[in-house]
Design a protein around this ligand. Structure first.
Ligand code: NAD
Length: 504
């Protein structure tokens, strides 16, 4: 009997009435391991209705009680994260340690959300005018939608739902149909933590489910993460339906290496950030900009390290451990291989060819090993496009100014890094570069949970980044209350006065 991966509504799995399903595959074996249900409009309406009904009571629940539930979720997650990591590896393919890493970064946001009482505090001004006090507060929005990509089935939803829930909203989570099981495991854990039924629901599906969320008058806000063309569509459509929206898109992250950098540190960083999670990270380094004269030496060090990497089934716990898993689907693997062909025919030098990979253990999966190109130029497709695979392109430039222009001229502006021992150069880069997240000798500068995550240019649509105080702002709406309480000992204030009220 097939494993049927369903929606989660009112604290239980929900089949819905749609008969459409999609295959869920283990990318390391190529075997279909389940079928995920794909919502139709009626199923989506049922899921949203459940969230809407639950949002009223949850929004009115005390901050203390809500915080206790978030805290209990944190404890359960921390105790049982290995279970979640195994689910991620089985459907995404990333190695177990990497899956644990994404859970740890998501858990940071849960821990941040445990501080929600402090984060929701408003201001108070006594006697702002004579006998008049003013205070501000932040209310929940109601129902919010979170639409997530395949590459972080736990961390990306966790950028949003801990804060949204702690702030008193109900959440409808629409995971990627490629790895939908993590969301169900998380929903069941929230129930165990004491979250009332309906406050977190999971809507499985594709464009039909997404459109239902974007168009529903009962959904107040959308947090989307995925590729830029879909992010742009989501931004337009959700805005047209009167919602607030943050839509995080694709990336092409450059790592600039200045001639004075520690080249071993830079080579380690380029390999880790280029090939970790098979390059399927929005903060992966996909372009290394070598400022001459270091390129020959640096490329040699990167190539030497790249050749030692073991690619294989990320579930492997015995025998040789593996560093990198498969790509998520056969179609994506073939697309990435197509970029390798494109780079070769455009004249880039293929230093390490991942198409030759011999995976450890399983062979039936979607394999493509770490691939290194040198002498890539900005007109090549491998440079311009987001490949989202284990392909690292080295571009050689003559100066810092040339390196900076490359980063700033690219259409994406998610993350970037500079490797140097010159503090002044790093400081100048930080000021000059048009990118949202910057690392100085740090290749994947994902901000800690109490700062906010987000790129510039076509890497983010909307003006609010994820998590941190920007996340709290996104999931709440401000109110300012101006009040006058007549002093019982004083003469009654008032009288007719039609002029615009002034403060004195
Ligand atoms: P994707 O855009 O294909 O899918 C993202 C979500 O949108 C999924 O839930 C999917 O079901 C839905 N979707 C797909 N097609 C749709 C359509 N036509 N209409 C409406 N909804 C649709 O992205 P993906 O392949 O799952 O993820 C990889 C992409 O996500 C990469 O581009 C990567 O850079 C990006 N990403 C960005 C960040 C970031 O923080 N900026 C983080 C992670 C991933």
């Amino acid at each position: 009997m097939t494993n049927l991966i369903q929606h989660w509504v009112d604290g239980a799995p929900f089949r819905g009435t749609s008969t459409a399903t999609a295959d869920v595959t283990n990318p390391a074996t190529g075997q279909v391991t389940g079928q995920v249900v794909l919502a139709d409009a009626a199923d989506a309406a049922a899921v949203i209705a459940s969230a809407k009904a639950a949002s009223v009571g949850w929004g009115a629940t005390s901050i203390a009680r809500r915080t206790q539930v978030v805290f209990a979720f944190r404890e359960l997650l921390n105790a049982r994260k290995d279970e979640l990591a195994a689910i991620i590896t089985a459907e995404h393919g990333k190695v177990h340690s990497d899956a644990l890493g994404e859970i740890a970064r998501g858990q940071e946001v849960v821990e941040f959300a445990c501080g929600i009482p402090h984060l929701l505090k408003g201001g108070h001004s006594e006697s702002a005018a004579t006998g008049v006090d003013v205070h501000s507060k932040r209310d929940p929005l109601g129902v919010v939608g979170v639409i997530s990509p395949f590459n972080f089935p736990a961390m990306v939803p966790m950028w949003f739902f801990p804060i949204a829930l702690a702030a008193g909203n109900a959440v409808v989570l629409k995971p990627s149909e490629k790895d939908p099981s993590a969301a169900l495991w998380i929903a069941a854990l929230w129930k165990e933590a004491g979250l009332p039924d309906g406050v977190l629901t999971v809507l499985q599906g594709d464009k039909v489910a997404v459109d239902a969320l974007l168009q529903s008058p009962d959904v107040a806000a959308i947090s989307f993460v995925g590729s830029t063309p879909i992010a742009e569509y989501v931004y337009r459509e959700a805005s047209a339906h009167g919602k607030r929206v943050q839509a995080l898109g694709g990336a092409k992250n450059h790592m600039v290496v200045l001639p004075d950098a520690d080249l071993d540190l830079a080579a380690d960083a380029a390999v880790n950030a280029g090939f970790g999670s098979a390059g399927e990270r929005c903060m992966a380094i996909s372009v290394l900009v070598a400022v001459e004269p270091v390129a020959d030496d640096l490329v040699a060090r990167i190539a030497e390290r790249t050749r030692t990497l073991r690619t294989g089934d990320g579930r492997r716990s015995e025998g040789p451990e593996v560093d990198m898993g498969p790509l998520v689907t056969q179609a994506h693997r073939d697309r990435v291989a197509g970029f390798v062909e494109s780079g070769e025919s455009a004249g880039a030098k293929l230093v390490v060819d991942g198409r030759d990979v011999r995976p450890v253990g399983e062979t039936g999966g979607f394999w493509l090993g770490p691939t290194l190109f040198d002498h890539v130029t900005p007109d090549m497709e491998v440079y311009r496009e987001e490949i989202f695979g284990p392909v690292l392109s080295v571009v050689r430039v003559a100066s810092y100014a040339e390196a900076l222009a490359l980063v700033n001229d690219h259409e994406y502006g998610n993350g970037t890094a500079i490797f140097t021992n010159d503090g002044g150069a790093a400081r100048r880069f930080e000021a000059d570069v048009k990118v949202g997240m910057i690392g100085v000798n740090v290749p994947i500068p994902v901000p800690v949970a109490y700062y906010s995550f987000g790129g510039w240019k076509r890497s983010l649509l909307g003006d609010t980044h994820a998590h941190g105080t920007e996340g709290v702002h996104f999931f709440t709406r401000g109110k300012v209350v101006t009040s006058r309480w007549p002093d019982p000992a004083q003469r009654r204030e008032g009288g007719l006065e039609l002029g615009f009220p002034r403060n004195d």
